[in-house]
Design a protein. Structure first.
Lengths: 166, 166, 166
């Protein structure tokens, strides 16, 4: 039987990561934390390090700024945090997003343990002036739609609380 | 008996149009596609043409960049795609939005067939610097509230999935 | 027994204030309207005055641009409108947000009458270019999460209609 897949969407500081961590910690340890963040600058290094400190024992971190599919080969319950930074890394590196999405979907189909994927909802403001920002929110929306089709659960976070979408 | 009215709201690339099309296609054909988009530039022409290709047989397109009320006189199940571009056209053309809204409400009250209206939720980001953008999101919010009062169903789309608001 | 606490979140022009007023007006009068708005300019003065006119008899206005905790000492059902302007006032005045939040939480814990707090959801758009805007949406998100934990009801407004989050 395939592992249960949960997609956790929400805005900035809506409690996505914390809720996603709690979902995985309800499973038997060890747990894989698949980190897509790249420490481009000091602010990012601090943020990443704070996230690590918050997570308790039982977590193994796998850095996967680009190759999410390979990271998901872990047999353990896995948290992908987050899709938004992964997509940013793909776009900034001019990688093939369509191909990477297909590889991700294939890796998800092969998962035997639970998987929780976190993504930022960025499409609910005024249309951005910036063309790259417009393209980014289109790509993010498309990715979330594709993953939502195959997810068992889709949650929309508001003020730290999950609303069930699926 | 009046036709059922459904308001489909959501962010960019949240699957609003696709879901709205499916709602109408569950009714007996033919179906009216009331298009508010104006092809200002090549990018827009491509986008409009892609939308047409996606829709299967049974759809009749009515272009209504400004006069939604007249277009809604069609006796067929009708999809208005979308309120956001209609409001943009009214604002850019300096038309009377209050009068156009009253005419729209009156046309909706006269509908005997099902109607689905699609609108972009744009008010959930940081307050825009741009005064026109601020006015636009105020107008859009007011319009959605007025239509939601008379709608039988209001849906909020997240990642291609509908959340029922009403 | 402590008074019921309700947190009403939503985007611009989503009908937050109107819904919050209706919740309080379902209680026995008099009602306290705790206003955090400061009339920096004419546009703001007009907006504030329009809000006052809309509210019917039975409302007592308490101005509290900064000291929400003191204003909440009122024994009457109280509406705080809104958290977003309060946070803006704290940030622009370089006040201690953490200390003010603790004081607010303590005042809320002491309430014996119902309390409704209104806040703008601002984290669902593209990451703002502006560093102050980024910090603001982080602070707003954190504040909403902390209040949501202790709230009895959390509502997310869409087109004037409440979705129950908690």
């Amino acid at each position: 039987m395939a592992g249960v897949m949960t997609l956790v969407l929400g805005g900035a500081r809506s409690g996505k990561s914390r809720h996603a961590e709690a979902l995985i910690e309800a499973e038997a340890a060890p747990w894989a934390y698949i980190a897509t963040a790249q420490a481009w600058d000091e602010e990012m290094r601090v943020r990443i390090s704070e996230h690590r400190v918050r997570r308790c024992e039982g977590w193994q971190t796998i850095d996967a700024p680009l190759d999410l599919a390979a990271a998901l080969a872990t047999p353990h319950p896995a948290l992908v945090d987050c899709l938004t930074l992964w997509l940013t890394n793909l776009m900034l590196g001019e990688h093939d997003i369509a191909a990477a999405t297909v590889a991700l979907e294939s890796a998800l189909a092969d998962r035997m343990a639970p998987t929780v994927l976190v993504g930022n909802e960025v499409g609910l403001g005024i249309v951005p002036d910036n063309a790259l920002a417009r393209r980014f929110r289109d790509e993010a929306g498309r990715l979330h739609q594709r993953l939502a089709v195959r997810a068992d659960n889709v949650l929309f976070m508001v003020a730290g609380l999950p609303m069930r979408v699926k």
